[in-house]
Design a protein around this ligand. Sequence first.
Ligand SMILES: Cc1cc2nc3c(=O)[nH]c(=O)nc-3n(C[C@H](O)[C@H](O)[C@H](O)COP(=O)(O)O)c2cc1C
Length: 321
Amino acid sequence: MKGGYRKGKGIDMGSVDLSIKLGSLQLKNPVMTASGTCGFGEELAEYFDIEKLGALTVKGLTIEPCSGNPTPRIAETAAGMLNSIGLENPGLNEFINTKMDVIEKFKFPVFVNISGHALDDFAYMAEKLAAFPEIAGIEVNVSCPNLAGGGMAFGTDSELVYRVTERVNANYPGMVIVKLAPNVTDIVEIAKAAESAGADAVSLINTLLGMAIDVDKQQPVLGNVFGGLSGPAVKPVALRMVYQVAGEVRIPVIGMGGIMTGEDAVEFLLAGARAVAIGTATLVRPDAGPVIIEQIKEYMQKHGINRLADIIGKANPDYVR
Ligand SMILES: Cc1cc2nc3c(=O)[nH]c(=O)nc-3n(C[C@H](O)[C@H](O)[C@H](O)COP(=O)(O)O)c2cc1C
């Protein structure tokens, strides 16, 4: 038909099924918010009905409170942003004491993102969080520097990713998601290490290491010199990595990196992601998550898709489930 699509090819917008299975969890839709871009949930709830989200991942926590990196911590780039927040957070105990009761009220799964500088940090946090069935799982951020190992990020070494995952898994009975860093040569090798150590899912990508220089001051823009690049600029890299990983591991993949629209999200699903997370887009407009959910519905209507789960991995011949 010329001049537009036939309305829904007979599909009623209300009847489309966006639900997906993420390991043992059933999500009403695959759209989550990415760690560090939605606070602890209550901040976003001021802007829209947060129950519309499929799931949420809170800001990265460390054992002790952390004041983060020197300012400036944010720089705009041509198609995205650089951040060097440096894991500013209230610390695990404060989180448990002040945020857990808020999280308990949410009717969708909430994941707690954890960071550490030694294997014992991750193991300790996992053990502490095991006492809180109100959270659906842990997302293990392996992008942080391993202080005992000379400062190289855990996530760049498959052996270390294996050991972190194994320790967290041993101490935590719920879902363990390992969040992969993209600053590596072979993302598949790292994802396989997480899978073989017992991860229930992998999420990718975290930010790409970058920098900006102020030509007037003739100095780096960020107080920390280097920062993480996110937003539309990273989407093609993120999509490629999700495609590669989803073709090689059997555990679910949560895709993220530069998703700004429903069609961006659909690209990740077609590549083999079972769920997607929205990061920088939420900083542009806080209700990006529900907007993207509506855009996914429109895509389904346009293409006559009843069940979103049916298109997962469709563009990826190596995706076998
Ligand atoms: C301001 C900011 C803070 C972030 N903080 C965290 C964090 O605490 N833990 C983490 O694992 N990822 C963190 N991330 C990475 C995001 O969760 C996401 O992986 C990345 O930004 C790519 O997605 P996007 O392009 O949609 O933003 C942060 C990203 C941004 C922009």
